[in-house]
Write a protein that binds this ligand. Structure first.
Ligand code: 1CP
Length: 356
């Protein structure tokens, strides 16, 4: 088996893949659609596979990652697969004590807040995520013309889990550290940017076709905080990927007020949540960017998918109409699929988008 340090797998050429055309600002014949958190969660075939497998172990088992990643592609006919993994995987692989607790999410054994705790954070060696690279290679061989999206958590969102010790509503310890000890904060985010970049480069070398940087909790920040404390580190990650030639998607929740800043961070595609219409998002991104196409991804409200088909259909058509204000638009949700979603809704959305 190829080691992660070995030369990169030759990237597949997918000249007609709608997702990749849209990422370059083109309007392909078929509008691309995929769903954040499409793997797992709402699928009974996923729950069956995961029944006796803890999350992190599942993420480090290439055959299982491959099968779970393929399930929604087979079922829904989406225009992209997203690697089954988690934003905490590279921290776990580097040796940070943590678990993903069912019903709660990531829980860190010892929160990281002091200078000595931050300096003691381990570095991620590429070989430590070799099972993820192996999963990518298996998937690329299976996926045919469907692109594979790899991903990682952005430095701020990872920092929130590390500093808080788990999921947090107000991110209070994280913001306290940021404001009280800015040098320490930047040291922490610098280390996390390094780890994130290593993880994404491993995925790119193994053959993923696009990469998404999830800054899920960035919407908790003011624009001033984002620009000063977060932007430089996310921008460094995205710039570090430029040489891979893989399109970059950058997404956060509740980031309507940050879209201008996020659009500068260096991604090809800006993900938008449901709180702001895509035509307004397009204006904000356009105002912030000197050059390059405006490509948006989003932004159906995941909760609206529980409203029954007539309402869902209306919402999909509205989002497509508003998305026409961008140069290109990848239809998606504004955040992840909710576990209680009827999977048939997702299939019908894909059929509707593709029928137009
Ligand atoms: O399609 C997919 O489901 C792909 C796999 C995937 C992705 C893209 C998982 C599996 N996690 C993620 C990313 C992720 N993980 C993000 C960014 C996207 C987002 O905002 O949703 C975040 C913030 C996490 C952290 C995380 N991991 C949470 C959220 C907790 C919180 O703070 O609210 C949770 C619940 C997890 C566990 C997790 N990750 C993935 C699954 C299937 C699960 C549940 C596992 C279990 O409970 O057994």
């Amino acid at each position: 088996m190829t080691k992660t340090g070995a030369p990169a797998t030759a990237r597949r050429l997918l000249p007609d893949a709608p997702l990749l055309l849209a990422a370059r600002g083109e309007r392909p014949n078929r509008q691309p659609v995929w769903f954040m958190r499409q793997a797992g969660r709402s699928l009974p075939e996923y729950r069956k596979l995961r029944a006796d497998q803890p999350m992190l172990r599942a993420c480090m088992t290439p055959e299982l990652v491959c099968e779970i990643t393929l399930q929604p592609v087979r079922r829904h006919g989406v225009d992209a697969a997203i690697l089954f993994s988690d934003i905490m995987v590279p921290l776990h692989a580097a040796g940070v004590g943590l678990d993903i607790v069912p019903g709660t999410g990531p829980v860190v054994e010892r929160p990281v807040r002091s200078a000595s705790e931050i300096m003691a954070l381990p570095v991620l060696e590429p070989d430590a995520v070799e099972p993820v690279a192996a999963a990518v290679r298996l998937l690329v061989a299976e996926l045919g013309q469907t692109p594979l999206i790899g991903f990682a958590g952005a430095p701020f969102t990872l920092a929130s889990y590390l500093v808080e010790g788990g999921p947090s509503r107000h991110h209070e310890h994280t913001k306290a550290l940021m404001h009280a000890e800015p040098d320490l904060w930047h040291a922490l985010l610098g280390r996390l940017a390094e780890l994130t970049l290593t993880f994404l480069k491993v995925q790119a070398a193994a053959g993923v076709d696009a990469l998404q940087l999830f800054d899920s909790w960035a919407g908790a920040l003011s624009q001033r905080e984002y620009r000063q404390f977060v932007f430089p580190h996310s921008a460094r990650v995205l710039a570090g990927l430029a040489g891979t030639g893989v399109p970059r998607i950058h997404f956060g929740v509740g980031t309507g007020e940050l879209l201008g800043a996020m659009a500068h961070a260096g991604a090809d595609v800006v993900g938008v949540d449901w709180r702001i219409p895509l035509d307004v998002a397009a204006q904000r991104v356009r105002a912030a960017r000197e050059h390059g196409p405006i490509v948006l991804q989003g932004n159906l409200d995941p909760a609206a998918l529980l409203a029954g088909w007539p309402a869902v259909e209306r919402e999909v058509l509205r989002v497509i109409a508003e998305g026409s204000a961008a140069d290109a638009h990848v239809l998606n949700l504004g955040h992840g699929v909710l576990p209680e979603t009827d999977p048939d809704m997702l299939t019908r959305i894909v059929e509707l988008v593709h029928s137009r």
